[in-house]
Write a protein that binds this ligand. Structure first.
Ligand SMILES: CC(=O)N[C@H]1[C@@H](OP(=O)(O)OP(=O)(O)OC[C@H]2O[C@@H](n3ccc(=O)[nH]c3=O)[C@H](O)[C@@H]2O)O[C@H](CO)[C@@H](O)[C@@H]1O
Length: 358
């Protein structure tokens, strides 16, 4: 007996920020036969669940080498489009879902050249160049933050939020493995998240500020990344430094306050987990998109947002101390964060797929 389900190709590749939303959505689509399009040596080879067949094409470098040799870039893109077209035709796929990034270009162009519907999800408050360029060819662009719509004039956008891994939902708390970190139960915990690569400038500010927080009774868990040469320079009984932490959802649920970069994934997870935050957006992010991500929570009073060049250790010390001394304010901020969270984002995006790929 053949499989009578509709066939959907998901093109999602690279970082957790692109893969987690796609995986969460795929889980909501058992009524579709899903296969995956990625790149041979990226995270998808580890993260994409084994029930989805993974096809890979070589598109790495298209973005990185822009400007060096237009002919070579276009040749490579043309080859990737050709491969994606072959895959879509031979696999008899009926539509494409992509979360953007460089895999999106060949996937979207190939699908449209075959007249297939495409849903593109953009998680940032300011869509990246690839999204803006490709959006006209998409049936619809699903957006993670509402402000993104105004950067996509003439494009059909639908606000779905960004799907996150289910462990960030408050309801999942009891099902998560407990923390393997020696943090006492009743102390305030400040969690610092630099993102998948860490944030050396944030690390430095935190180390300069932490003494006053320790004195106020707080513990600090500091996710530092692995590129910081000074990571050993702070030692304190209330301080734990980690390059990366796998059980981030559990740690986030335990935190009283989170200091973080403002990648779309992190901002969304904080809203879902209803956590008060201090954002220090990456100043070099394309078109300053992290600042606008941060402002989605900042504008409602759920977070404080500081621009890195203007932020001193004195200011950070003082602002965090004042929050630590005001648990009611922290609780209010967490509530405001929760108010903008889209807890059923994966279901919404899956529903959009059902409406468009049929
Ligand atoms: C440096 C950079 O350009 N980052 C971009 C990248 O973010 P990137 O994907 O790197 O970062 P995000 O903030 O979106 O997500 C980080 C993810 O890593 C997880 N995590 C982090 C640390 C840790 O120790 N353990 C752990 O599990 C977080 O829970 C989160 O799920 O894509 C995002 C979506 O397009 C953009 O908004 C970001 O600006």
């Amino acid at each position: 007996m053949g499989d009578a389900r509709m066939r959907l190709l998901i093109a999602a590749s690279g970082t957790g920020g692109h893969l987690f939303p796609a995986i969460a959505t795929a889980e909501q689509l058992p009524d579709y036969q899903i296969e995956w399009l990625g790149v041979p040596n990226r995270l998808e080879t580890q993260l994409v669940p084994s029930q989805y067949r993974l096809h890979t094409i070589d598109v790495e470098g298209i973005q990185q080498r822009l400007g060096l040799g237009t002919v070579r870039i276009l040749t490579k893109l043309a080859l990737a489009i050709f491969q994606a077209r072959q895959l879509l035709k031979q696999g008899q796929f009926q539509g494409v879902l992509t979360t953007g990034g460089y895999i999106a270009a060949p996937a979207v162009i190939a699908a449209r050249s075959l007249g297939l519907p495409v849903i593109l999800h953009e998680s940032n408050a300011i869509p990246g160049k690839v999204t803006r360029f490709l959006s006209r060819w998409c049936s619809v662009v699903a957006i993670g933050f509402e402000p993104a719509a105004k950067y996509l004039p003439g494009v059909k956008t639908i606000f779905t939020g960004t799907p996150v891994r289910s462990q960030f939902q408050i309801e999942a708390l009891d099902t998560l493995p407990s923390l393997d970190l020696p943090i006492p139960d009743n102390v305030p915990l400040i969690l610092i998240v630099g993102g998948s690569q860490g944030a050396v400038a944030v690390n430095k500010l935190v180390r300069q500020s932490a003494a006053a927080w320790f004195e106020a009774g707080a513990w600090v868990v500091h996710q530092t990344g692995s590129n910081d040469p000074d990571v050993e320079s702070l030692k304190h009984p209330q301080y734990i430094a980690l390059p990366f932490y796998d059980n981030m959802a559990r740690l986030l649920h335990r935190a009283s306050l989170v200091i973080a970069r403002a990648g779309a994934g992190t901002v969304t997870e904080l809203a879902i987990a209803r956590k008060p935050a201090v954002f220090i957006p990456l100043p070099t992010a394309a078109e300053d998109h992290q600042y606008y991500n941060a402002q989605v929570l900042g504008a409602t009073g759920a977070a404080l947002v500081f621009r890195q060049p203007e932020l001193t250790a004195e200011i950070l010390t003082k602002e965090v101390l004042s929050l630590l001394h005001s648990p009611e304010k922290l609780a209010q901020m967490g509530k405001k964060a929760g108010a903008i969270a889209v807890v059923d984002s994966a279901e919404r995006l899956a529903q959009l797929v059902r409406e468009i790929v049929q």
